[in-house]
Design a protein around this ligand. Structure first.
Ligand code: GLU
Length: 444
C-alpha cells in the first residue's frame, strides 16, 4: 500500500467518528501523492505524514456562563493547535451549535496549508465552541466570551497562538474576548486579530476574505483568457465573507444575483442591493428573507437550492459541505464555468472531482479564502511595530498576496504535470514550505 493510503487508514482508525477531519485529510493526502512519491523513503523514515496529521495539541475545556434568566449554561470550548512549524498558531474561533472536535480538526488542518500559502509566518490552529450566538442578548454573548477567554487565555499569546473570527465570531465577540484577555493578563498585545480599529485592528480586515476571494477569481479568469466584468455570480451565505465578496465582485463589474442563509436564499435578477443586505445582516442581525420586504421584485425561497440558479461563477461562502454532486451538476448544466470557495471545504469531495473532471475552473478554499488570515497576519505586523497602515496600503498587499497564491498553486500544478488543477497545486505548494520547516527543525 502507498505511504499516503497507509497514513489515511491510520487517521480513520485512530480518529473514529471524525468524518469531516477524515474528509479534509483525504483530500490533502490524495493531492500530495505526486509530491510524496518522489520522496517516499525519506518521508516514511521521518514519519512526516504521521506528524503532519496529528495536531501538536488539543485543548478542550468547560465554558460555564449565566443566561438572562439566571440559569447556568455549560458549553464545550476547544483550541486545536495544529502545526507551528512556520509561525505561531493562527486561525479563527467558530461559535456554532455544529462545532465539535472533528470540525475543528478539519479546520485546523486546512489552516496549516492555507496559512503556508499566504507566504507569511503563521502556523495553523482553530478553536471555538458549540455555543450558538443566534438569538442571544449582548450580555449573554459577553458572559460566554468572558468565560471562554478565562480558560483560553492560558494557552494563547501574540507570539504563541493568535485566534480570530470565523462563523459566529465577528467584531462584537472579538471585542469581548480581547477585553477579558487584557484584564486577565495585563497585556495589551496583538493576541487576537479582527480587532476594532480603535484598539489595534487593521483596515481591510473586515473586507479581506471576500475581497481576497474575488481578487484570486479575477486572476484565475485572466490567466485562463476570461474576465470577471459582465459575469453573473451566485454567492451562498450572507455573512462577512459573502457580503464583501459581493461588494468587490460588483466593483469589478460582475452582477451578483443571489445570497443565502441557513434558512433559504434570495434571488434578485436585477443584482443584489448590498446596502439592503448590510442593513439586515450587519445592523439588525436579521435573516436574508427580509431582503424581499425592501426589494419586492426579488424572490425568497425557503430551504436549499441556491445552486440551481443559472450563473457563470459560483462562490460558496457559507459553510462546509454545502455544495454536493447534484449541485455541481446543476451548476454545470446551467453554464457555470468557474467555482471558488470562500468558505472552508464547502464542496464535497464528489463535487470537487466533478468540477475538475468537467473542465471547470475550480479554486479550493485554502487558496481562495486565504485573504482573511493573510490580512490577520498583516494586523499582527502592525501590532508588533505599533503602527497602522492605510486602507490602500493593506488592500494593495492583500491583492499581491492573492495574485501570488494563484501563481504558487498554478506553478505547483504545472511542475507536477497537472496544469490547471489548483487543488493539487495549492495543497502541494502549501505542503512544501511546512515540510521544509519541519524537516529543518528535527523530530519535534
Ligand atoms: N477564520 C478565518 C479562516 O478560516 C480567518 C482566520 C484568521 O484570520 O486567523 O481562515
Amino acid at each position: 500500500m502507498s505511504y499516503v493510503d497507509e497514513v489515511y487508514e491510520r487517521v480513520v482508525a485512530q480518529n473514529p467518528g471524525e468524518a469531516e477531519f477524515h474528509q479534509a485529510v483525504k483530500e490533502v493526502l490524495d493531492s500530495l501523492k505526486l509530491a510524496i512519491d518522489a520522496n517516499e523513503e525519506k518521508y516514511r523514515k521521518m514519519a512526516l505524514l504521521e506528524r503532519l496529521v496529528e495536531p501538536e495539541r488539543i485543548i478542550s475545556f468547560r465554558v460555564p456562563w449565566v443566561d438572562d434568566d439566571g440559569q447556568v449554561q455549560v458549553n464545550k470550548g476547544y483550541r486545536v493547535q495544529f502545526n507551528s512549524a512556520i509561525g505561531p498558531y493562527k486561525g479563527g474561533l467558530r461559535l456554532h451549535p455544529s462545532v465539535n472536535q472533528s470540525i475543528l480538526k478539519f479546520l485546523g488542518f486546512e489552516q496549516v496549508f492555507k496559512n503556508s500559502l499566504t507566504g507569511l509566518p503563521i502556523g495553523g490552529g482553530k478553536g471555538g465552541s458549540n455555543f450558538d450566538p443566534k438569538g442571544k442578548s449582548d450580555r449573554e454573548v459577553m458572559a460566554f466570551c468572558q468565560s471562554f477567554m478565562t480558560e483560553l487565555s492560558k494557552y494563547i499569546g501574540a507570539d504563541q497562538d493568535v485566534p480570530a473570527g470565523d462563523i459566529g465570531v465577528g467584531a462584537r465577540e472579538i471585542g469581548f474576548l480581547y477585553g477579558q484577555y487584557k484584564r486577565l493578563t495585563g497585556l495589551y498585545e496583538g493576541v487576537l486579530t479582527g480587532k476594532g480599529l480603535t484598539y489595534g485592528g487593521s483596515l481591510v480586515r473586515t473586507q479581506a476574505t471576500g475581497y481576497g476571494l474575488v481578487y484570486i477569481v479575477d486572476e484565475m479568469l485572466k490567466k485562463n483568457g476570461k474576465e470577471l466584468a459582465g459575469k453573473t455570480v451566485v454567492i451562498s451565505g450572507s455573512g462577512n465573507v459573502a457580503i464583501y465578496a459581493t461588494e468587490k465582485a460588483q466593483q469589478l463589474g460582475a452582477k451578483v444575483v443571489a445570497l443565502s442563509d441557513s434558512n433559504g436564499y434570495v434571488y434578485d435578477k436585477d443584482g443584489i442591493k448590498l446596502d439592503v443586505v448590510k442593513e439586515i445582516k450587519e445592523v439588525r442581525r436579521g435573516r436574508i428573507k427580509e431582503y424581499v420586504d425592501k426589494v419586492p421584485t426579488a424572490v425568497y425561497t425557503e430551504g436549499k437550492g441556491i445552486w440551481t440558479i443559472p450563473c457563470d461563477i459560483a462562490l460558496p461562502c457559507a459553510t462546509q459541505n454545502e455544495l454536493n454532486l447534484d449541485d455541481a451538476k446543476a451548476l454545470k448544466s446551467n453554464g457555470c464555468f468557474a467555482v471558488a470557495e470562500g468558505a472552508n471545504m464547502p464542496s464535497t469531495r464528489e463535487a470537487t472531482d466533478f468540477f475538475l473532471e468537467n473542465g471547470m475552473l475550480f479554486m479550493p478554499g485554502k487558496a481562495a479564502n486565504a485573504g482573511g488570515v493573510a490580512t490577520s497576519a498583516l494586523e499582527m505586523s502592525q501590532n508588533s511595530e505599533r503602527l497602522s497602515w492605510s486602507f490602500e496600503e493593506v488592500d494593495e498587499k492583500l491583492h499581491k498576496i492573492m495574485v501570488d497564491i494563484f501563481a504558487k498553486a498554478d506553478d505547483a500544478a504545472k511542475r507536477y504535470g497537472v496544469a490547471g488543477n489548483y487543488v493539487v497545486g495549492a495543497n502541494i505548494a502549501g505542503f512544501e514550505k511546512v515540510v521544509d520547516a519541519m524537516t529543518a527543525q528535527g523530530i519535534v
